[in-house]
Design a protein around this ligand. Structure first.
Ligand code: CMP
Length: 136
């Protein structure tokens, strides 16, 4: 059965020219793109996207970072797409992320960790509705 996940190439990834690499890894794995857009997030959308982190000490800085330049939002689709993309991305902390993963190969800082992927079917539904309301 097919599943969808919301994937972001964050502003650090766009600035560093990593969009093509991320998409190549997604396609090489066999996941399909169902939607894709380059956009700069409004503060309100960023705060809603990261609402589960609202009480964390890094929330303000995370919102500044994620609204600080264009990002690429996409919906990827395929069997167990959520878990499949999280495996491609590697651990949230790029120093702990295995070499061969997106974060393991490209990042050192926990905030500027190149990509985001939905972490559950419930988050995927919520995040896809936020970024691509016309997809449902
Ligand atoms: P992401 O998978 O998009 O989910 C939440 C984001 O918050 C995470 O990737 C990082 O960009 C950021 N983040 C998580 N933990 C920390 C932390 N300890 N300090 C700063 N940013 C963090």
């Amino acid at each position: 059965m097919s599943e969808r996940s919301l994937v972001l190439v964050k502003p650090d990834g766009v600035r560093r020219g990593l969009v093509g690499d991320v998409i190549a890894r997604i396609e090489r794995k066999g996941l399909k793109l169902a939607a894709l857009e380059l956009r700069t997030l409004e503060r309100e959308v960023a705060e809603t996207h990261y609402e589960e982190h609202r009480e964390k000490p890094f929330f303000g800085s995370l919102v500044e970072f994620i609204t600080g330049g264009p990002l690429v939002a996409m919906v990827v689709e395929g069997p167990r797409a959520i878990e499949a993309f999280r495996a491609l991305a590697g651990a949230t902390d790029p120093v702990a992320a295995a070499p061969g993963t997106i974060r393991g190969d490209h990042a050192l800082e926990i905030q500027e960790n190149v990509v985001h992927g939905s972490d559950s079917p419930a988050s995927a539904e919520r995040e896809i509705k936020l970024f691509f309301p016309d997809l449902f």
